[in-house]
Design a binder for this molecule. Structure first.
Ligand SMILES: C[S@@+](CC[C@H](N)C(=O)[O-])C[C@H]1O[C@@H](n2cnc3c(N)ncnc32)[C@H](O)[C@@H]1O
Length: 183
């Protein structure tokens, strides 16, 4: 039996019902999924999930969990920073989950992946995280206050939060956004 990934972030877990409602629109993408804690969470909620990461070992672990728990997760190895873009069809996903990953130039493509009515759930570090002396240090990986919603100007904001909270693995300064593509 493979080791289960960490539990989902409470911010993502709180969106369970909203995510379930997106199942009719298309599968859910866990972008930069790591060991798949949110892919697993979404699949357990009844969604079909594509779990994308560039790390082959992480994806092997996601595949092992999917097999052992009979979850509908399709691992996909891809570089989200490739100048060629993502190997995914626009408008295909009912939901996109992104946690603890930031590549600002990808924001328009993330909007484009959502089907009309689809939901983005995004949570990642604020620059204030530096004050804790842990986590990412580079400006490219850290959000300014108020920036996350501005990266997705074509989505309607449903919830937005910036706080010191536990996103899994201890307290961190995190921005969270839940936003819907107009249908
Ligand atoms: C801090 S981990 C977060 C994993 C997961 N989202 C979570 O919250 O548990 C960042 C993940 O982003 C992935 N990653 C980093 N750069 C990437 C890229 N260019 N394309 C795809 N995945 C990438 C890493 O392999 C790693 O699994």
């Amino acid at each position: 039996m493979p080791d289960a990934p960490d539990p989902p972030s409470p911010f993502v877990a709180a969106q369970r019902d909203r995510l379930r409602e997106t199942a009719r629109l298309g599968p859910c993408l866990d972008l930069a999924c790591g060991r798949g804690r949110h892919a697993r969470f979404a699949a357990q909620a009844g969604l079909r999930v594509v779990a994308l990461d560039r790390n082959a070992e992480s994806l092997r672990s996601v595949a092992a969990i999917a097999r052992s728990e009979a979850l509908a997760i399709a691992p996909l190895r891809a570089d989200a920073e490739s100048p060629l873009g993502l190997p995914l069809r626009a408008g295909r996903f009912g939901a996109v989950l992104v946690t603890r990953f930031l590549f600002r130039p990808l924001a328009p493509a993330i909007e484009g992946l959502l089907a009309p009515g689809g939901v983005l759930v995004y949570e990642t570090f604020l620059a204030r995280q530096r004050s804790l002396g842990a986590g990412p240090k580079r400006a490219a990986f850290l959000l300014d206050d108020g920036e996350l919603a501005r990266l997705f100007p074509h989505l309607d904001v449903l919830a937005s939060e910036e706080s010191l909270r536990n996103g899994g693995g201890g307290d961190a300064w995190l921005a969270g956004l839940v936003a819907r593509k107009p249908g």
